[in-house]
Design a protein around this ligand. Structure first.
Ligand code: XCC
Length: 662
């Protein structure tokens, strides 16, 4: 039974225990509660109190006269606004932390990537010559904050996009003016009695999504790199087997690395480790869930024990002393669940309280002090641990692919460039590129769609980049390890992986780091040989198991950037064929990208590959032929891996990590 709900053996194991003991989880609640068929299709309008109006029959109108199209479009773009605000407010907090660090008010944070600071300064128009690092950092933080409150003109980061793309945005009237402004614009225009034409509603939605992708999210990624370092490849472990039997288990969950990076410092403090030993533990084990885990995995190799749908089941192991959460994707169900175990749930953000949890408000001015306090609470809880059940499952992965690193990995360490990546696509060694991102959804089999879509794409010589819970899903399946190239990749992609040492699936970080994918696409478009715009590149985007509003915003900023993006679910605007057609065909005509909802995975892959081939043909590239490449290869490596198995993985991974550091 449990195997029908997930492909992750650790989750299946824990789910069986939960079911046997009558413990409620998202899986059991989803089975009991059917989705509302009216809201599900975008047919319900509750934007005023004359309703809610349910528009289920063709031609029907709401009490104010709103049509089915208006209601569907308004619902969709309100989701974009919700997602964009989550990402962007996260970005704002990163900028505020940078400001506090630069002003000497957050002494526990430093500037770890000065090079990135200088690059960002240039983009934001901050002078760097003959100036102190902290002086530049202060002005960069202020300029970044200015982008949120900008009222007019264009968001500065849009300059990172190819010129042709910028022109398309200007012509379509969807160039974002300021991050907060675009979110407010959508909330205003969807209020009763305002914008009531699906066309202008949906175009405004795209503008808000772009403000997220090229604004709030991109700033968030860059500032995080400045504060905590830009990721470079490292090996790490994933899944619940990384919980420790004899150490204090502390789990970080949420999205903002400002807290989790400090928790990491605290757990490595010798005094804390001694304190843990005094309580009978052998030490402290830090692991993570969701995107705050992705952040610390990418930079520090902190093990990830699961993605969104694992959060409750990790508690059921009985092995977690303390779970500390910040913002986003934290289930309210964790609080009553923790009450059934010895686990302490600590909330830290003033924006994410949960009734029944212990709230220790985080303040970046006293970051390490607060982190130590939280870790100490976990240690003190160790003697309360009772029976545990930790699944054995562990997988290995290589994480840490920033766009800067991809540039160097593929271009060579002496002269970084996207040229070889473009050449590989031009020659047909790579059929194309894909971003596979997004959540888990309790309405679909956990991790299954991520694994299926990703495996099919790499089998067809499509290089895949991943973020968020999708990346964790595929890491647990072994697709983010170099061996995956040998086992699953098509012949051309395998050759590239062997030559450069990268896995066929690259982990690019957390949800906000989808902005890294925009940067990769932008650099591919400007490198030459693949047209002049992101829409010309033979590439696709996927959100196989999406559930959050953030996923809708991400999907729409990819579409707005020119990417064909497929969500593998029923359409949330299914009630309106006109809106469904608009976000696909009309958006493609106007801006080059399109959004489609295709629940059938096989059909989704087929449409993606057809699109990639269509783009290849439009560029006049050779037709993709899987038989052309794969005759050569790193035979020594193959032999080594075959002979030594696990051992070889470590040797090989050490080689990649070593070369990345040199
Ligand atoms: Fe949340 Fe980022 Fe979705 Fe996972 S993937 S469920 S949003 S943690 Ni971004």
């Amino acid at each position: 039974m449990a195997n029908e709900k997930t492909i992750d053996p650790a989750v299946a194991e824990m789910l069986e225990i939960a079911e046997a003991e009558g413990i409620s989880t998202a899986f059991s609640r989803a089975a009991k509660m059917k989705p509302c068929p009216i809201g599900h299709k975008g047919a319900c309008c509750k934007n005023c109190s004359m309703g809610p109006c349910r528009l289920t029959k063709e031609g029907q109108r709401g009490i104010c006269g709103a049509t089915i199209e208006t209601v569907a479009a308004r619902n969709l773009i309100r989701m974009i606004a919700g997602g964009a605000s989550a990402h962007s407010d996260h970005g704002r907090d990163m900028a505020l932390t940078l400001l506090a660090a630069a002003e000497g008010e957050a002494p526990d944070y430093q500037i770890r990537d000065v090079q990135k600071l200088l690059e960002v300064a240039q983009l934001l128009g901050v002078k760097t010559e003959s100036r102190e690092t902290m002086e530049i950092a202060k002005e960069v933080a202020e300029a970044a904050l200015g982008e949120f409150g900008r009222q007019q003109g264009e968001i500065l980061y849009l300059r990172r996009a190819p010129n042709k793309r910028q022109e398309i945005w200007r012509k379509a009237g969807i160039i974002p003016r300021g991050i907060d402004r675009e979110v407010v614009d959508v909330m205003h225009r969807t209020h009763v009695g305002n914008d009531q034409w699906y066309d202008s509603l949906l175009m405004a939605g795209l503008r808000t999504a772009l403000a997220d992708g090229w604004g709030g999210s991109m700033l968030s990624t860059d500032i995080t790199d400045i504060l905590f370092g830009s990721p470079v490849p490292l090996t790490a472990n994933v899944n619940m087997g990384m919980l420790s039997e004899d150490e204090v288990n502390i789990v970080i969950h949420g999205h903002e690395p400002v807290l989790s990076e400090m928790i990491l410092v605290a757990v490595n403090d010798p005094e804390m480790i001694e304190y843990a030993k005094s309580k009978g533990a052998k030490g402290i084990r830090l692991t993570g869930i969701c995107c705050t885990a992705n952040e610390t995995l990418m930079r520090q190799g902190v093990p990830t024990i699961g993605n969104f749908l694992s959060q409750e089941l990790a508690i059921v192991t009985g092995a977690i002393e303390l779970m500390v959460v910040d913002i986003q994707c934290i289930m309210q169900a964790l609080a009553p669940l923790c009450d059934q175990f010895h686990t302490i749930l600590v909330t830290t953000s003033p924006k994410a309280h949960i009734e029944g949890a212990t709230h220790v408000e985080f303040d970046e001015h006293r970051a390490l002090e607060i982190a130590k306090k939280i870790v100490k609470m976990g240690i003190d809880n160790f003697p309360n641990r009772k029976e545990t059940h930790i699944p054995k499952e562990i997988n290995h992965l290589v994480a840490g692919f920033s766009h800067e690193y991809i540039n160097y990995a593929l271009g060579g360490f002496y002269r970084g460039s996207f040229r070889p990546l473009n050449d590989a696509v031009i020659q047909g060694r790579l059929r194309g590129v894909a971003g596979v991102v997004g959540c888990n959804n309790a309405r679909t089999r956990h991790d299954y769609s991520h694994e299926y879509i990703t495996r099919e794409l790499i089998k067809n010589d499509v290089l895949v980049v991943m973020t968020g819970c999708g990346a964790i899903a595929c890491a647990k399946c072994g697709l983010l390890s170099p061996q995956a190239a040998l086992e699953y990749a098509g012949p051309g992609l395998r050759e590239i992986c062997e030559t450069t040492g990268i896995p066929p699936v690259l982990h690019m970080g957390s949800c906000v780091d989808n902005s890294r994918i925009l940067t990769v696409l932008s650099q591919m478009a400007t490198e030459g040989g693949l047209g002049e715009d992101i829409a010309d590149i033979p590439g696709v985007g996927f959100a196989p198991e999406w559930m959050s509003e953030k996923a809708i915003s991400i999907g729409c900023y990819f579409v707005g950037s020119g990417v064909y993006t497929i969500f593998c679910s029923e359409s949330p605007v299914a009630n309106s064929p006109i809106v469904n057609r608009f976000i696909s065909e009309e958006w493609e005509d106007r801006i080059g990208g399109k959004l489609e909802f295709i629940p059938d995975l096989k059909e989704a892959v087929q449409k993606a590959l057809e699109h990639i081939d269509k783009k290849r043909a439009a560029l006049g590239l050779v037709e993709y032929d899987p038989g052309r490449y794969g005759q050569s290869g790193d035979s020594l490596l193959l032999k080594l891996l075959e002979e030594q198995g696990e051992e070889a993985f470590n040797v090989y991974s050490a080689k990649i990590v070593g070369s990345a550091k040199s």
